[in-house]
Design a protein around this ligand. Structure first.
Ligand code: ADP
Length: 286
């Protein structure tokens, strides 16, 4: 059984007002337990709306969302439980830090779940470790942390709730390339160790290509594709028409292919490109 199933979901902002805006139309997909899903799409394609529907922050105008086979809106009063199970890290989550200490901030979620002090402590420390936050920072005020550390603390606050599904909306936005790579690797490690489902929203194809098992491509509020990175990036020219940049190395292979050189264009990393080109040269000489 899939962990999340979206069935013909649509969402309209400001229904009946002059600001009425359809953000999602008739989107359906299923996500298997333990998958690492990337969601990409141009600005305004509906990514943020979609993930807020998945954790019950917004209610679909039409359609249904199932978590482990259960319609999440079947009992609207229990929607809070869905938010614990589907943890959401918003864009620029550091702005939501508010407590006296980093420790208290990270423990806010587990406390609300009614766990014991010992359980909370274990969850806070393990979450801080996953995001690479040093122990000595836990007793500081969140306002004493650097930008990157604040981001990590905010993500730890969601991981500490041990959600079955972790959704991160543009978690690397605004970080420098080193910080970006480190955070992505930590999210990947979290996924490898905990084996939870992770959904990562990003407009960076490079990020998504590195980590995702499957990619959901959104365009103008609709599902454009939902497939493996290889299959998605083999549609390089179509993606460019949607305003999405394929990873640079994929683009180079695409250009080589278009100029008549018979290489495989479904390449996601520099290492794969190297092997492919060496093989091609070898075949040609042989
Ligand atoms: P993305 O995350 O891909 O940038 P969004 O889900 O934020 O896309 O937006 C989808 C569409 O819904 C856009 O046209 C956007 O302008 C509109 N939208 C988003 N949030 C609101 C809102 N609070 N009120 C009205 N329209 C909104």
């Amino acid at each position: 059984m899939s962990v999340i199933k979206a069935e013909n979901i649509s969402f309209v902002y400001g229904t009946g007002t002059s600001f009425e805006k359809t953000a999602l139309s008739d989107v359906s997909f299923e996500i298997e337990k333990g998958e690492f899903i990337g969601i990409i799409g141009h600005t305004g394609s509906g990514k943020s709306t979609l993930v807020q529907l998945l954790n019950g922050l917004l209610k679909p105008t039409d359609g249904r969302i199932y978590l482990n086979g259960k319609d999440i809106w079947e009992q609207p009063k229990k929607i809070r439980n869905v938010r614990f199970k589907v943890g959401m890290v918003f864009q620029y989550p550091e702005y939501q830090l508010f407590d006296e200490t980093v420790y208290k901030d990270i423990s806010y979620g587990p406390k609300n779940m009614g766990l014991s002090e010992d359980e909370i402590d274990e969850k806070v420390r393990s979450a801080a470790e996953f995001v690479g936050l040093k122990k000595e920072l836990l007793d500081k005020s969140p306002f004493e942390l650097s930008g990157g550390e604040k981001r990590r603390a905010a993500i730890a606050g969601v991981i500490a709730m041990d959600p079955e599904v972790l959704i991160l909306d543009e978690p690397t936005a605004g970080l420098d390339p080193l910080g970006r790579d480190a955070l992505l690797s930590q999210i990947q490690d979290y996924h490898d160790v905990r084996k939870n489902t992770v959904i990562l929203v990003s407009h960076s194809m490079e990020d998504i290509a590195r980590v995702a098992d499957r990619i959901l491509v959104m365009s103008h509020g609709e599902k454009y594709m939902f497939d493996t990175p290889e299959n998605v990036f083999s549609k390089g020219r179509e993606l460019e028409k949607l305003g999405l940049q394929v990873p640079q190395v994929t683009k180079i292979m695409l250009l080589l292919k278009e100029s008549g050189i018979k290489v495989n264009q479904n390449i996601l990393t520099v290492e794969q490109a190297f092997t492919e080109i060496v093989n091609h040269l070898g075949n040609r000489e042989g």
